[in-house]
Design a protein around this ligand. Structure first.
Ligand SMILES: [Fe+2]
Ligand SMILES: [Fe+2]
Length: 389
C-alpha cells in the first residue's frame, strides 16, 4: 500500500466509486452544484470532515465551494458563485502554493506549520467558529492541457496513513474532475455564446426601430416575470426569456419606410407590416433546436388575439401558445409606455388601463392578471432599461 494508483484490495470499490462519481458529474450541468459534487466526492474518498474548492482565475483563486460536516459553515463563510471571493494565487496561501506547484500538499497540523514554509494557515475562521483544522490535503485540479485549473483543500482527513491508497485515488479523481470542469466550462461558454447570439439577432431585428437593445431587454425580463407568476417551470421561464428576444425577427424583412414611418400606417402598409410575424417564423421554423422552435412560435404568435381577431392566423384562446400570449402583453405594454417614431410614450397608468380593458379580447385574462400582479417588478424593468438611443 504505497501509492494510490496501485489499487490492491480496494480496487473494485475504488473503480466503482470513480464510475459512479463520473456518471453523477456527467449528469450535473449546473456549475456550482457540479463543483459542490466534486468537493463532496473528494472528501468522501479521504473521509475529510470539511473542504473548500477554488478555481484559478488569472493571478487569483476564486472561492467557489465550501463544506463542513461538523459546523454550519454558512454562519462564518459565504460562498458567492456569481461574484466569488478571491485570494491572490501566491505561495503564501496553502491553496495558492499547491496550485502554483501543481502537486498535492499534505499538512499534518495546520496550526503548527514550519516557519520555513512559504505558506501559512489563516486561523481566523477556526477562531471565529470554534472548528479545529488539523490536517489539510491541498489537491490541485490539474488538466492535461490547461494545467492547474483549481485546487481543493480537504480538511481533517480520517485516514491515519498519509500514504494510504485513498490519497492516490483522490489525486486521480481530481484529474478526472479537472477534465469534467473544463468540459463543462466549454459547454457553458458555447451555450452562453448561442444564447447571446439569439439576443443579438433579436436586437438586430429591432435595430431600425426606435430603441433596440433596451426594448429587447425589457421584453425578455417582463416576459420572464409573467411566466414566473403563471407558475411556469424554471426551464420554461428561461426559455421564454431567451426566445422572446426574437419576437420581431421578421422586421428584418420590412422596408425602412414602413418600419420607421413617423405616422400611422396606411392600410396597405399595415398589411406589409403584419408580414413580420410570418417572416420571423419562416426564418426560424426549420430548426431542430428546441429554443429556436420556441422563437418561431413566439414570432408567429405574438400578434394573435385571445378573441381570434389577431394576425397572422386568427388563432383564439388556448390555440395561441402560452409563450406567445405572454409576449403579446409584454410587447404591447412596452410599445405603449415608450416613445415610437409615430407616437409619444404613454403614462404607465394609461397603458395599464388599456391592457386591463383588452383583457379577454386582445389578451389572455390569465396573462393580464399575472402581469398586473407583478407590475411593481415590470416597472423596475422599465427603469432598468431606459431608452439608450
Ligand atoms: Fe411584432
Ligand atoms: Fe418588439
Amino acid at each position: 500500500m504505497t501509492d494510490l494508483f496501485h489499487l490492491e484490495t480496494p480496487s473494485v470499490d475504488a473503480l466503482k466509486f470513480m464510475m459512479d462519481a463520473a456518471i453523477e458529474l456527467e449528469m450535473e450541468r449546473e456549475p456550482s452544484d457540479f463543483l459542490d459534487k466534486v468537493l463532496h466526492y473528494s472528501r468522501d474518498i479521504v473521509g475529510a470532515r470539511a473542504g473548500s474548492l477554488y478555481l484559478v482565475d488569472g493571478d487569483e483563486l476564486s472561492f467557489l465551494a465550501c463544506q463542513n460536516d461538523d459546523l454550519d459553515i454558512s454562519q462564518f463563510i459565504t460562498v458567492n458563485t456569481e461574484q466569488p471571493h478571491k485570494i491572490a494565487r501566491t505561495e503564501k496561501s496553502i491553496a495558492g502554493y499547491a496550485s502554483l506547484h501543481g502537486e498535492p500538499l499534505m499538512i499534518q497540523d495546520a496550526h503548527h506549520i514550519d516557519n520555513s514554509a512559504p505558506y501559512s494557515f489563516d486561523p481566523a475562521i477556526d477562531k471565529k467558529s470554534g472548528f479545529h483544522t488539523q490536517t489539510i490535503l491541498a489537491m490541485p485540479l490539474r488538466h492535461p492541457k490547461e494545467g492547474v485549473i483549481g485546487v481543493m483543500e480537504l480538511i481533517n482527513l480520517q485516514i491515519k496513513d498519509t500514504h494510504h491508497w485513498s490519497i492516490g485515488l483522490v489525486r486521480h479523481f481530481a484529474m478526472l474532475s479537472a477534465s469534467s470542469i473544463v468540459n463543462l466550462q466549454m459547454e457553458k461558454s458555447l451555450e452562453a455564446a448561442y444564447l447571446e447570439t439569439i439576443f443579438r439577432l433579436g436586437v438586430a431585428s429591432e435595430y431600425k426601430d426606435d430603441d433596440t437593445y433596451a426594448h429587447v431587454q425589457r421584453i425578455r425580463y417582463t416576459s420572464r416575470i409573467i411566466a414566473n407568476e403563471m407558475g411556469c417551470s424554471l426551464h420554461e421561464q428561461q426559455a421564454i426569456f431567451h426566445a422572446s428576444a426574437m419576437h420581431d425577427l421578421g422586421k428584418i424583412g420590412i422596408p425602412d419606410n414602413i418600419l420607421n414611418k413617423p405616422a400611422h400606417l396606411e392600410a396597405d402598409e399595415w398589411e406589409i407590416m403584419k408580414n413580420h410575424a410570418t417572416m420571423g417564423a419562416e426564418i426560424l421554423k426549420d430548426s431542430d433546436a428546441e429554443l429556436l422552435q420556441l422563437c418561431a412560435t413566439i414570432a408567429v404568435g405574438h400578434h394573435e388575439h385571445w378573441d381570434g381577431n389577431g394576425y397572422p392566423n386568427g388563432l383564439a384562446g388556448a390555440e395561441i401558445p402560452l409563450e406567445a400570449r405572454i409576449v403579446a402583453v409584454a410587447d404591447v405594454f412596452d410599445a405603449l409606455v415608450n416613445q415610437r417614431a409615430y407616437k409619444k410614450a404613454w403614462p404607465i397608468e394609461d397603458a395599464l388601463a388599456l391592457i386591463e380593458g383588452e383583457s379577454g379580447s386582445h389578451f389572455d385574462p390569465a396573462v393580464v392578471e399575472a402581469f398586473l400582479n407583478r407590475i411593481k417588478e415590470v416597472k423596475q424593468v422599465q427603469q432598468r432599461f431606459l431608452v439608450t438611443t
